[in-house]
Design a protein around this ligand. Structure first.
Ligand SMILES: Cc1cc2nc3c(=O)[nH]c(=O)nc-3n(C[C@H](O)[C@H](O)[C@H](O)COP(=O)(O)OP(=O)(O)OC[C@H]3O[C@@H](n4cnc5c(N)ncnc54)[C@H](O)[C@@H]3O)c2cc1C
Length: 461
């Protein structure tokens, strides 16, 4: 799709510009997504869990719920009735496992963002996060959740790619944008041919992002943006950033002083972004620290539906359930790895799984996992009925990210020393879940939202 807006400074960039994320070409046959892989870490040092063994991608057309989620991981058969388009979307997400798992540890180890995966996610039509985008399937709430779960079950960075590009950036445009903005951005973002960010958090405003200080000053026929943003996925070396800023425009009293969204081309003068290094979670996607120094954009680049922070919150609320599903994916991966390890690892002349205490621990994990699944399934029902309330998504987010941490820690320990090796998968998920625990509203802030709903009193504002 080409732009119909000739004044649009965010003109299409068909080829990705050189990115500060670009890392040296990998060695050992890791240079092309989907290509042959040599030297994939094998079974060493007593480790018995392999990425491929734990999740293998079935033929999407032949997938069944039981193949995607065996009974040992679906104790109440909560997902065995998934069928039709929902099942297809779930299987499509799973199909990425074979492409990603053999190389994810390499990317993770090197802190490299395989940004080409976004186009691959677009090819599979997995980027729309339940949005109604013309020319694309509209995933049901259940399918959207299953896709989130499955991608995080593969890797948290991959799940976060969809969360940022589809869940936050594309959603902002589809819910709050003008027809012209949707025409320009919906297709390339849904296809993954262009990459977008959602910039709300600032160095001094995380949980209280409602107090953000970035300003958008009206200046003649444009807006001039100044301020800083932190932790912004896709914020460097990509195409578009949806910047949330406080409006300074006394000619529009209703808007003056309010928070609104602005579409900012990352190549504009004054837009400077630095990848945040030294991160120990979600290492296969990058977040940026952005400085906006008098960045000038046309008037038409403001999202007309974004008239106050309440409109920003609509976007944030819509993606919170996705984090609960993502946490479920991480927990599933850890539980499956622990179960496989317990069955294969021999100590004292018998498999770990024959020890009573190990079975109790596995049963504990399954119990926690099942409660996570119940939260997710119910969220999908409420969303499909159109009755879901923000505090319900908050409760599920809190419950599931806490539960995923618990399962990941238990699984890590059950794998012994092998549990701290990337090749055994658990420690990567255990690290990634820390980011989910914090982003899209911290554990505490989500609890306070639930607390406000049950007491009628806000403890934070
Ligand atoms: C990997 C990652 C990716 C991210 N991606 C994005 C992105 O793409 N776009 C974006 O805009 N943002 C992004 N974020 C930012 C994220 O949303 C914030 O980190 C989050 O909102 C918390 O803000 P903070 O880190 O500043 O912590 P703070 O707000 O400083 O909180 C620190 C601690 O204090 C607690 N706390 C805060 N206020 C209260 C209170 N009133 N009462 C009790 N406890 C309180 C918090 O719960 C937390 O435990 C990302 C963050 C991470 C880690």
């Amino acid at each position: 799709m080409t732009s119909t807006n000739t004044t649009d400074q965010s003109a299409p960039q068909p080829d990705r510009r050189p990115s500060p994320w670009d890392a040296p070409a990998p060695t050992g046959g890791h240079d092309a997504l989907g290509g042959a892989v040599e030297g994939v870490e094998g079974d060493r040092s007593g480790s018995v869990v392999s990425d491929r063994a734990v999740v293998s991608a079935p033929d999407a057309a032949a997938a069944t719920p039981a193949a995607l989620l065996p009974a040992a991981a679906d104790h109440y058969a909560l997902f065995q009735d998934v069928a039709g388009e929902d099942l297809q979307a779930w299987a499509d997400a799973r199909s990425l496992a074979d492409e990603v798992l053999p190389r994810i540890n390499d990317w993770w180890d090197r802190g490299e963002y395989p940004i080409e995966l976004i186009a691959r996610l677009g090819e599979l039509d997995l980027l729309t996060d339940g949005l109604d985008v013309p020319g694309h399937r509209t995933l049901s709430p259940l399918a959207t959740g299953l896709v989130n779960m499955e991608l995080s079950r593969i890797d948290g960075s991959v799940g976060t790619m969809v969360g940022v590009q589809g869940g936050l950036a594309l959603r902002s445009i589809m819910l709050l944008g003008s027809e012209e903005q949707k025409q320009r951005w919906a297709e390339p973002l849904a296809r993954g041919t262009e990459h977008a960010a959602f910039a709300l958090t600032e160095p001094d405003h995380g949980s209280d992002s409602v107090s953000l200080e970035t300003v958008a000053r009206r200046d003649g026929d444009g807006w001039v943006l100044s301020g800083q943003k932190r932790w912004i996925g896709n914020g460097a070396g990509c195409h578009l950033t949806v910047v949330w800023a406080r409006v300074e425009d006394e000619s529009q009293p209703a808007l003056h002083g309010q928070v609104s969204g602005f579409l900012v081309d990352q190549s504009l003068p004054g837009y400077d972004a630095e990848v945040i290094r030294g991160k120990v979670a979600l290492r296969a996607i990058h977040q940026a620290h952005i400085t906006l120094d008098e960045v000038r954009i046309p008037l038409a680049q403001r999202l007309p539906g974004a008239r106050s922070f309440k409109d920003t919150s609509v976007v944030l609320f819509a993606t919170r359930a996705g984090v609960a599903w993502g946490a479920l994916g991480h927990a599933l991966a850890c539980y499956e790895a622990a179960l496989e390890h317990a069955q294969k690892r021999i100590q004292f002349g018998r498999p770990l799984a024959k020890a009573q205490h190990v079975q109790v621990r596995l049963a504990d994990m399954l119990q926690t996992l099942t409660s996570m699944q119940l939260h997710c399934r119910r969220l999908a029902e409420l969303e499909a009925a159109g009755t879901i309330r923000p505090e319900q998504a908050s409760l599920a987010k809190v419950h599931n990210t806490r539960a995923a941490r618990e399962i990941a820690s238990n699984a890590r320990d059950l794998l012994g020393g092998s549990g701290i090796l990337l090749e055994n998968r658990v420690v990567r998920h255990r690290s990634d879940i820390e980011a989910l625990h914090t982003y899209e509203g911290t554990d505490t802030m989500q609890s306070l939202i639930v607390g406000r709903s049950i007491t009628g009193v806000s403890a934070f504002a």
